[in-house]
Ligand binder design. Structure first.
Ligand code: UDP
Ligand code: MN
Length: 307
């Protein structure tokens, strides 16, 4: 099968030599295509979406890595995150956790503290449900738009086991047919990284399942359709911090393609939702400087004390 690079089998030992006594470190990893977006408003969205991620990262002293390079010419598009994560693991052995965050995912709870200690016995943390992944086999049973992966040998091995359906062209198209035949309600399209992971975990639960944490006590990924119309009510009733229903940590614009073509939802609905999510997140940053958005639909700001 397709390999991501030369075989490495002693990564845990190699890493331990570089670690010494530094605290647990988390690196936020995101990225986008190097070229301008097809959709003219997409570049503005990408800029503000990166600003949003940098705001969260700065407030929580998390380093950010933004990738625009094609790190593996076979693993393009949604598969690009695999080689990026692998290369970062190898280049930064002192880093314990990497947090992949899609470009179309917005941090909407700036006060949420990531409970990394909770994942001590696990190496991969995704939003999802065990029954949906292992029993139903739904391609929506977990989400690969926002996840934590530990820098360790297990993860290098997992990335290699995950990659074979990724090479663009015939391999990816054929693999897509297999995924649609085997996963619940999956439409016919080329193999995507999310479906491939569900398929891998479901077929090899004994091998990988033990170290995979499917998180649903907060929105590590939150489906935007269910969240974007609730922000005013949330601000009225709750305080930032919980990351769950009360104040969602991440709002992910699944199916919106802000930078590309052929969204699964009307473009207008996506644009309105993204604007609201960005301003909702930004309000939590601006509050420190005595400002807020006039309302969630506008970039315009007002002074907190004069409103
Ligand atoms: N991505 C990337 N480089 C690319 C294409 C995509 O880094 O050339 C990243 C980007 O962050 C995007 C994620 O991969 O959000 C998932 O890709 P997908 O095509 O699913 O985009 P989405 O639907 O999330 O916008
Ligand atoms: Mn996405």
């Amino acid at each position: 099968p397709y390999r991501l690079g030369p075989k490495i089998s002693d990564w845990d030992e190699q890493r331990s030599k570089s670690i010494q006594s530094r605290p647990t470190k988390l690196l936020m990893v995101t990225g986008s295509q190097p070229n301008p977006c097809d959709n003219p408003t997409g570049d503005n969205f990408l800029l503000r979406s990166l600003k949003n991620k940098m705001d969260y990262a700065r407030l929580h002293e998390i380093e950010v890595f933004y990738n625009t390079a094609t790190m593996d010419d076979q693993l393009t598009g949604f598969w690009a995150k695999l080689p990026v994560l692998r290369r970062l693991m190898l280049a930064r052995p002192e880093i314990e956790w990497l947090w992949w965050l899609d470009s179309d995912a917005v941090v909407t709870d700036m006060a949420f503290e990531i409970p990394l200690a909770k994942y001590a016995g696990h190496n991969l943390v995704l939003h999802g449900w065990a029954s949906e992944v292992y029993v139903t086999g739904s391609w929506l049973g977990l989400n690969t738009g926002s996840f934590f992966i530990r820098n360790c040998q297990w993860s290098l091995d997992l990335l290699n086991a995950w990659a074979p359906m990724g090479p663009k062209g015939t391999v990816r198209i054929k693999a897509g047919e297999i995924l649609s035949q085997n996963l619940r309600n999956r439409p016919v399209f080329e193999a995507d990284d999310q479906s491939a992971l569900v398929f891998l975990l479901r077929n090899n639960q004994q091998m990988w399942g033990e170290r995979v944490f499917l998180e649903n006590s907060y929105y590590l990924h939150g489906y935007w359709v269910a969240l974007v119309d609730r922000y005013e009510e949330i601000m009225e009733k709750n305080q930032p911090g919980p990351g769950d229903e009360r104040w969602p940590f991440v709002t992910h614009f699944v199916g919106c393609k802000p930078c590309g073509k052929d969204p699964a939802y009307p473009e207008e609905k996506c644009r309105v939702g993204m604007e609201r999510a960005l301003n909702f997140g930004d309000n939590q940053v601006l509050a420190r400087y005595g400002l807020r958005h006039k309302h969630l639909g506008t970039t315009e700001t007002v002074n907190l004390d004069s409103s």
